[in-house]
Design a protein around this ligand. Structure first.
Ligand code: DX5
Ligand code: ZN
Length: 233
């Protein structure tokens, strides 16, 4: 898909009904999701366990938009090919996951997939400065990864602003993940983020049988973010 900086809402299926992923994915897409965000956790890099490659492969046929796979695992290199084969469109690895993120990003691109790099809240931007030319996306975590439903860490806003400057004209998305709500989406959108991950804020109050709520939640996030970037002002 062609690169653009329009606001994209990426619901995290970590907040979906774990017994019904196929219908949940179709419901969020029908209700306006731009991307589908898949949170992979290993119980080692983060204190939680989620989806192996077979689970991601099972999600794939239900995704008609763009499947964004966020790997919160260490080591990461031994699993890149498996997640690529499972059908990820973009694979994001954490810069904290090992000493050779440069090699990791090359390995992701070698599979033909888009490559993302993620920073935890305590990691400075300098850690990725020399990786930008290997990235299609930089993910700024605004919670410590591991769980949905945590409170947004505000230092991510200035970090986003500085990253936007650092990126300049390069075609690199800025993604924000953690605590994105109608209140925090405008802050990061104004600072330069274009892909907003949201778990709780999309799925709250809804279900596959009441998916209009997902639609309302997605539209509210998009409107709040677009207003802040001046597109609807
Ligand atoms: C956190 C995950 C997030 C999380 C976001 O480790 O990477 O994607 O699901 O959830 P909310 O939007 O509820 O903070
Ligand atoms: Zn995530």
């Amino acid at each position: 898909m062609p690169f653009d900086r329009s606001i994209k809402i990426a619901p995290s299926i970590l907040s979906a009904d774990f017994a019904d992923f196929g219908r949940e994915i179709r419901a969020i897409e029908d209700q306006g999701a731009d991307w589908v965000h898949v949170d992979v956790m290993d119980g080692h890099f983060v204190p939680n366990l989620t989806f192996g490659p077979p689970a991601v492969k099972a999600f794939r046929p239900h995704v008609t938009t763009f499947m964004d796979v966020h790997l919160m695992i260490a080591p990461v290199d031994p699993y890149i090919e498996a997640y690529a084969e499972a059908g990820a469109d973009l694979i994001t690895a954490h810069v904290e996951a090992g000493p050779h993120t440069h090699r990791t990003l090359q390995a992701i691109r070698a599979t033909g997939k888009k490559a993302g790099v993620s920073l935890n809240p305590g990691t400075p931007l300098e850690a990725i400065e020399h990786l930008l030319d290997l990235c299609d996306l930089v993910l700024i975590m605004t919670v410590n990864p591991g769980f949905g439903g945590q409170t947004f860490i505000r230092s991510g806003v200035e970090k986003t602003r500085r990253l936007r400057q650092m990126i300049g004209d390069r075609p690199i998305h800025i993604q924000i993940d953690g605590g994105v709500t109608g209140d925090t989406a405008p802050l990061v959108a104004e600072a330069g983020a274009d892909v907003l991950v949201a778990g709780s804020a999309v799925f709250k109050g809804g279900s596959v049988d009441r998916s209009e709520t997902y639609g309302r939640n997605i539209r509210a996030l998009r409107a709040a973010a677009e207003m802040a970037t001046g597109k609807m002002a």
